[in-house]
Design a protein around this ligand. Structure first.
Ligand SMILES: *Cc1c(COP(=O)(O)O)cnc(C)c1O
Length: 301
């Protein structure tokens, strides 16, 4: 599975002599984030090889990973269980587009309190889940493990040698770890964390030993899934000018960051940048419901 690189044409880019291409991993599937699909690939293979019939994973109410796991499980003949953060969703999940989609894919949803959710890596909690659901192949929150990193190495291909810099969004760090491993000689990788926190560097280092990367931590917009009006306006404006939709949790923040850095002459002229569009577009409908409640503008679909 390979995706196309599409050049972004904007006046600021030609003015600063920067080439920017987007790797359209979002086009791999209309509802599933490209990178989540790649993260699942070798996990599904392993689960099947080991004879598991059920996949179990964790996520929040708008999680791209939950949607992707539900879909991939159904497509590959597994049962799936999603342990979802937030007991209060028990009675209102049907108004949540992500959980609705997961349910339609046959995922069994188990809602747990935020306190219980924090225990999700504890053996006792997993044993309790096994007592209820039987044996399962466990996929961690966000889908990041070694098999996931291996899948994400396939994002970078032989035709990507022309770029000086590869930019990627960072949630748990699994995707960028794969990209760092697969980057060509002389290429640098720049990550844009979607959340606050210094732990990410260590997490990424636990998967890769290379030194060809750094993080740009100024564009998380207050934290994970936090958005403000300038970000929404940027996403709508970018779509209008380029035809490319961005999501508000990951890719919108990264592109805002890249173009802001271009404006500030952070990149030397003639730099050729490849930014990975990891998808996440399934989350826009759910985000728009939240934005409406907060009287913020909508993200145009
Ligand atoms: C999950 C996700 C990411 C982050 O991936 P990690 O491997 O967790 O760092 C980036 N972009 C999109 C659209 C995602 O859904």
């Amino acid at each position: 599975m390979t995706s196309e690189n599409q050049q972004v044409l904007l006046p600021i880019l030609s003015e600063k002599k920067i080439t920017l291409c987007l790797k359209r991993e979002d086009l791999i599937h209309p509802f599933i984030s490209g990178n989540k699909y790649r993260k699942l690939k070798y996990n599904l293979e392993t689960a099947e090889k080991k004879g598991f019939k059920t996949l179990l994973t964790f996520g929040g109410a708008y999680s791209n990973h939950i949607a992707a796991t539900a879909y991939a499980a159904q497509k590959n003949g597994f049962k799936s269980i999603g342990v979802i953060r937030g007991e209060e969703l028990q009675n209102q999940w049907e108004t949540n587009p992500t959980l609705q989609f997961a349910h339609r894919c046959g995922m069994q949803l188990q809602f747990v309190s935020r306190t219980a959710y924090r225990e999700k890596t504890q053996p006792e909690f997993l044993d309790e889940l096994r007592a209820v659901y039987g044996d399962f192949y466990l996929i961690p929150e966000g889908g990041t493990n070694l098999a996931a990193v291996k899948g994400c190495e396939e994002i970078i291909t032989a035709k990507d040698t022309d770029f000086d810099l590869v930019c990627a969004c960072v949630g748990t760090g699994g995707t960028i770890a794969g990209i760092i491993k697969a980057a060509h000689t002389g290429q640098q990788v720049l990550g844009f964390p979607a959340l606050k926190g210094d732990f990410l560097k260590e997490d990424i280092r636990s998967f890769v030993a290379r030194e060809n990367w750094s993080l740009q931590s100024d564009y998380h917009f207050g934290g994970y899934a936090k958005v403000d009006e300038p970000l929404i306006r940027f996403i709508n404006d970018f779509k209008q000018k380029t035809g490319i939709p961005l999501d508000p949790v990951y890719t919108g923040k990264m592109l805002y960051g890249i173009l802001d850095l271009v404006k500030k002459d952070f990149f030397v002229p003639k730099t050729r940048i490849l930014a990975i569009h990891t998808g996440g577009l399934q989350g826009i409908t759910g985000m728009n419901i939240k934005l409406k409640k907060k009287k913020l503008p909508q993200i145009n679909l």
